[in-house]
Ligand binder design. Structure first.
Ligand code: PMP
Ligand code: GLN
Length: 423
């Protein structure tokens, strides 16, 4: 994407691109501006291209390798055949609104009315619309770092500032919030806190106690809490997903965001939902409707069916991901001198190569791709520039175990070959 149109350079052919700086600031917030001013595509797109160039197993982008289940393809085909091909209503098709409300009740005991549900174009649109709708210009959005890239870009779009709180190693192969940093960061200027659990990229599952502590801080400073629950079904072992809105007495300041992509192997469908108090949902919808109005009309009833009748598929996906993590994580542990995180849920494990090499995560990832044929996402790409956590992640690479079983096994072989060569 380094064509001159996006270079920010003056051009005789069109007005100065930087006269409207938002696009540039959004790219900057996710580290996508080259030194010559040109723009790269997202780190996920870049690393997918890197893997393809070297015929490597792509453990980068969290894009599942397993096929979409027939029941979903059939339900979507049926909906198209039945003529559900025109605009969906602004709030979404009623059948999906009802299915989401019922899913929250069934899974978390959260009472949700139809007036509280908004169907969105994936969780991404819900997150961006919620941030733009609820965060005032000049306000602060607190995120746990490393974090999913869209939070930073949406914060720029809202004219707000991103503040980060590190997730630090818990001494047992997992991560925990740096509570001291949290208390230091949050204050009267905080407009919203975003919590992603299960977490991308650390694989950490926030406990009820952690979520309650975050919520109480939000109450103290009159801030919103946005939960990103896209991996809600994908928890391993004894870990359980806690939905913050279901564990507090008054969830009016909580906006719960999720989507069907990860639970049902349909990341390309981009069917998501946002749950908030009716007047809050209306405010978010007021923004959302001018992003895309609505989308995925025939896919919405299919996702409704999946939520209503096929939760067992999502649960089986969790077990299968856990099994794949148990193939990949031990293979990485064979690499000399690395530290490998033990995922509690989600799609990812983190491998910290500090102490084994001087290379940064980008150079190392390229070398491992070229020499051994497996590709991940450099950890610093999921951090803000210059933070202590981005330093701590300077030599960390994220790897996904959401690829097909064959690719996972092949990747494990290649990692073992690398381990043997590097020993
Ligand atoms: N949040 C997190 C933490 C993610 O990993 C992703 C990646 N898919 C998203 C949000 C975006 O979800 P969707 O594809 O439903 O927009
Ligand atoms: N959520 C996925 C990841 O973190 C994919 C995101 C994307 O490509 N935008 O890998």
């Amino acid at each position: 994407m380094s064509d001159p149109i996006s270079s920010g350079q003056p051009s005789a052919a069109h007005p100065d691109l930087l006269a409207a700086p938002t696009w540039h600031q959004m790219a900057q917030s996710t580290g996508l501006v080259n030194t010559d001013g040109s723009i790269r595509e997202t780190i996920f797109g870049q690393m997918t291209a890197l893997a393809a160039r070297h015929d490597a197993v792509n453990l980068g982008q969290g894009s599942p390798g397993d096929p979409t289940p027939d029941f979903l393809v059939d339900a979507a085909t049926e909906a198209m055949g039945a003529g559900i091909n025109q605009y969906a209503p602004g709030q979404g098709h009623q059948v999906l609104i009802d299915a989401v409300a019922e899913q929250r009740r069934r899974c978390y005991g959260q009472a949700v009315s139809a007036a509280e549900v908004l169907v969105t174009i994936g969780a991404t649109e819900g997150l961006t619309a919620a941030i733009v709708a609820l965060v005032p210009r000049g306000g602060e959005v607190v995120v746990f770092e490393p974090f999913y890239d869209s939070y930073a870009a949406a914060t720029v779009l809202a004219g707000a500032q991103l503040r980060t709180v590190g997730l630090v190693e818990d001494g047992a192969g997992g991560f925990t919030p740096d509570w001291e940093a949290f208390e230091r960061t949050i204050g009267p200027q905080t407009s919203a806190i975003i919590v992603n659990t299960p977490h991308n990229p650390t694989g950490m599952v926030f406990t009820e106690e952690m979520l309650t502590r975050i919520y109480e801080a939000a109450v103290r400073h009159d801030a919103w809490v946005l939960t990103d629950e896209v991996y809600e079904y994908l928890v391993f072992g004894e870990h359980r997903h806690a939905a913050l809105a279901s564990i507090v007495d008054d969830p009016a300041r909580v906006v719960s965001i999720s989507s069907a992509g990860k639970s049902f192997n349909i990341t390309g469908w981009k069917i998501g939902w946002t749950i908030a108090a009716p007047e809050v949902r209306e405010a978010i919808q007021a923004v959302k409707q001018y992003f895309c109005f609505t989308g995925g009309s025939p896919l919405q009833p299919a996702v409704a069916q999946a939520l209503n009748a096929h939760e067992d598929f999502a649960q089986a996906t969790a077990r299968s991901l856990e099994a794949r993590s148990k193939i990949l994580v031990p293979a990485f542990e064979e690499l000399p001198g690395v530290r490998v995180s033990q995922p509690q849920g989600g799609y990812f494990t983190l491998v910290d190569f500090a102490g084994t090499t001087d290379e940064d995560a980008y150079a190392l990832n390229e070398r491992l791709t070229r020499d051994y044929g497996f590709t991940g996402i450099p950890g610093p790409a999921m951090c803000a520039a210059g933070t202590p956590i981005s330093e701590a992640f300077a030599q960390t690479i994220r790897y996904s175990f959401c690829k097909g079983m064959d690719d996972t096994a092949e990747a494990a072989e290649r990692v073992r070959a690398a381990a043997a060569a590097l020993r």
